[in-house]
Write a protein that binds this ligand. Structure first.
Ligand code: AMP
Ligand code: MG
Length: 366
């Protein structure tokens, strides 16, 4: 290891580097990996990220300005970015992902000032939320500015906006000088990618570049909060829920609690985020212990000995850890070509609401 790298092995496996990024002097960038193997593969490939990242970010910023697609890490999942003001560039996101045009994209910014060409007006409530939660895993749906092409918003007059809490993402967006439209960097309908190799597997041949920033720390997609409805409505649950939002803006409701026809978010289908192997949600996974063709996803250490493969999403029923490892664990089992996989739900509270939401969608593929 050279001087500016330290490896810290914590409860999970973390690798931390000091990395000097363009525009963000002296910031400590921490890279997370799910396994030691992943960490060593990264280090073998990028012997000196401190000096590698700045030129990579400059190069990839140029690709974005030219209308090309670049995948990049955020704290939630990897995004597939394009210049949100360039209609052709945005169209190529839909083509690469095979995503239907009715599913609108989230526009990512690195600075609030960039919203001037994205959002019609920033009202007081929006500003409050931005001050409290950005950069962070909260997407806000607001009235759109005319300079955002219709393809970004699926023809609607609202736009979803977010500032990701990841120094690499912020550096890249800033370098590009553009607001960046970015859905999750996976084929439409499949689980979102939480490592660069997940992106490589599904989209590697179709895009200009992938910025590798290790594993995503939050691990599930952002909360989507609509501010064009009253009270504000959570269209997609995520790490930030009603408990965190209430002290800042008062009452918020879940979309499922209000009349569907008006508030349903385009693109939020019942089946989504799904692995190829059928996933079944069951009360007691131990009923499947004698079947070697069944993969088991667990949220805590189990004494049961399973004949089929087991993947721990968390070892101690820690909801934050579970969110960060959920898609990774599903993909690990998905590579084994099993007959099915089984999992039970978490307690319906905090980020558990969002994890259960994704598990239900993943299990509805067929
Ligand atoms: P993804 O970036 O793949 O996680 O998906 C973004 C999701 O955000 C979409 O599937 C929509 O459900 C939601 N979204 C984006 N833009 C809007 C909008 N203008 N109104 C409501 N929901 C939106
Ligand atoms: Mg997605």
């Amino acid at each position: 290891m050279c001087d500016n790298h330290t490896i810290l092995i914590e409860e999970g496996v973390y690798v931390r580097f000091w990395v000097q990024l363009p525009h963000r002097s002296g910031e400590r960038l921490s890279l997370l990996f799910h396994t030691l193997d992943d960490a060593f593969v990264f280090i073998a490939k990028h012997r000196d990220p401190t000096s590698e990242y700045p030129p990579l970010i400059r190069e990839y910023g140029t690709y974005l300005r030219r209308g090309e697609l670049v995948a990049f890490p955020t704290e939630t999942v990897y995004g597939l970015g394009a210049d949100a003001t360039n209609e052709e560039a945005v169209r190529s996101i839909f083509t690469a992902k095979e995503r239907p045009l009715f599913d609108p994209l989230i526009v990512h910014v690195a600075e609030v000032a960039q919203l001037a060409e994205v959002v019609e007006v920033l009202n007081e409530r929006t500003v409050k939320l931005i001050e409290h939660f950005w950069p962070g895993p909260l997407t806000l749906v607001v009235k759109k500015h005319p300079s955002i092409p219709a393809i970004v918003t699926s023809g609607g007059d609202t736009v979803a906006i977010r500032m990701p809490d990841n120094p690499l993402a912020l550096s890249l967006i800033k370098e590009s000088g553009r607001p960046i439209a970015a859905p999750s960097a996976n084929r439409f309908g499949y689980t979102s990618p939480t490592t660069a190799s997940h992106v490589e597997e599904q989209l590697g041949s179709k895009i200009a570049a992938i910025l590798d920033g290790g594993a995503c720390s939050v691990g599930i997609e952002s909360t989507v909060l609509s501010l064009v409805s009253d009270p504000p409505t959570i269209l997609r649950p995520g790490k930030i829920g009603p408990q965190e939002l209430f002290p800042v803006i008062g009452e918020v409701v879940y979309a499922s609690a209000v009349k569907k026809t008006v508030l349903e978010s385009p693109g939020l289908l019942k089946n989504h985020y799904a692995p190829t192997t059928p996933l079944y949600l069951v009360d007691d996974v131990s009923l499947y212990k004698d079947d070697p063709s069944v993969g088991v996803l667990l949220f805590e250490r189990s004494r049961v000995s399973f004949k089929g493969p087991v993947q721990y999403i968390s070892e101690r029923e820690d909801p934050g850890e579970a969110a960060s490892r959920l898609y990774w664990a599903m993909r690990q089992l998905d590579t084994l070509h099993l007959r099915m996989m089984v999992c039970s739900l978490l307690k319906e509270e905090g980020i558990g609401v969002a994890i259960n939401n994704r598990l239900r969608k993943a299990s509805r593929k067929r």
